[in-house]
Design a protein around this ligand. Structure first.
Ligand code: ATP
Ligand code: MG
Length: 363
């Protein structure tokens, strides 16, 4: 939409929030960049909604500031922030039609009727509900109702759209359909979105950037690829996707290269950082591991002897639970057409992976 307001990014610095002795948010520094799709992801109770409410102005932080265009907006009331909000199962006005629901924020702002009608029609087209504007909410599906809520939050051209788990009440098919709709709407309107979910697949698929929350702290913010491939903590590595973890206690180290012997073989890992911690781990995604019946001699690979503990046939792939000689448990998935996907438990095999595919992290 060409006539959208110039969007400012919002900067959160040192945001803290306590409830009594309980620290709900601890020193959050996060910039919301112009036009981005930022997802807040983390376990239940990690502070995502609290942070969103602070961005919206419904909750005042105990520490820190929100800065927009060089101005401190920390104490600006919600209605003066010009942010749109969509909550999980956000109720539409049941007695109003779709068009009247969407018109509501414009009416509140005292806009002229002709202007209002034009904006309502346009945003309803964007969310694909142009043909439903005369209906009441009860005559719509759950996904259509959620799209009305999104249209109502976007119609006044907010500088920021805040969405708190807007898709979580929907069934899987509808959720997937609305995920791509949300992405399209984001592209079309160009507004910055801050989206809360605890569905990691949703976060990876939709976001330009993901911020991982854990117990009131921001663990890492980065592109989906950064978060998945270059996690900076064990929490992030284990929270997003599956990961295999080797204990690197009392590891041998040289610069940012680390090595530990398991049986006959060295497990080696590298890191962008040089760690001072004694106790480290090596995290490897299952898709980097390959299984073979002989060790791999390529020096750019790690190769380890393992025994098969269990195989779980899942159609196209078979999950294999393996155990290294030091007891480390590993899980890999192999195509079911691989002959090694079947065989007896207790069988001895080798796994290998490129050294560069592992990530060394503090324990
Ligand atoms: N009004 C309150 N009084 C006391 N504690 C609160 C209050 N509001 C939130 N909390 C606590 O703050 C923590 C963070 O809550 P928040 O709602 O931000 O979590 P969340 O990450 O959104 O979780 P979920 O994924 O379950 O929605 C929780 O432990 C919660 O119990
Ligand atoms: Mg929440």
């Amino acid at each position: 939409m060409s006539e959208m307001n110039i969007k400012q990014s919002l900067k959160a610095t040192g945001i803290g929030k306590r409830y009594g002795n309980f620290v709900a948010l601890d020193d959050i520094h996060l910039d919301i960049q112009e036009g981005e799709f930022l997802t807040l992801l983390g376990p239940s109770g990690s502070g995502k909604t609290t942070f969103l409410m602070i961005l919206a102005g419904f909750l005042a932080p105990d520490a820190g500031q929100l800065i927009r265009a060089g101005q401190d907006v920390t104490r600006v009331p919600p209605e003066k922030r010009n942010f749109g909000m969509v909550f999980q199962g956000y109720a539409l006005f049941p007695h109003m039609t779709v068009a009247e629901n969407v018109d509501f924020p414009l009416k509140l702002r005292g806009m002229k009727p002709t202007e209002r009608e034009r904006k309502v029609n346009r945003i309803l087209d964007v969310v694909g509900l142009g043909a439903h504007k005369g209906k009441k909410p009860t005559q719509l599906s759950g996904g259509q109702q959620q799209r009305v809520a999104i249209a109502r939050a976007l119609v006044f051209e907010p500088e920021l759209l805040l969405l708190d788990e807007p898709l979580s009440a929907l069934d899987k098919n509808l959720r997937e359909q609305l995920q791509s709709e949300l992405q399209r709407i984001h592209r079309e309107v160009g507004t910055s979105f801050v989206f809360v979910t605890h569905d990691q697949g949703e976060a990876l698929a939709l976001s330009t950037r993901i911020a991982i929350f854990n117990q009131g702290r921001l663990e890492q913010a980065g592109s989906p690829r950064d978060i998945y491939e270059r996690p900076i903590s064990r929490f992030v590595a284990e929270f997003i996707g599956k990961t295999n973890t080797f204990d690197l206690n009392n590891v041998q180290r040289e610069g940012n290269a680390y090595a530990r012997k398991i049986g006959e073989h060295w497990v080696r890992g590298e890191s962008d950082r040089v760690y001072v911690q004694e106790h480290l781990v090596l995290a490897v995604r299952p898709e980097h591991l390959t299984v073979d019946d002989t060790p791999r001699t390529d020096p750019s690979f790690n190769s380890l002897q393992v025994t098969v503990h269990e195989r779980v046939y899942q159609g196209p792939i078979t999950l294999m639970n393996l155990r290294a000689l030091d007891g480390t448990e590993l899980q890999i998935s192999v195509p079911s057409h691989n002959v090694l996907s079947s065989g007896s438990a207790g069988q001895s095999l080798y796994i290998s992976w490129p050294i560069s595919a592992g990530t060394v992290l503090p324990y």
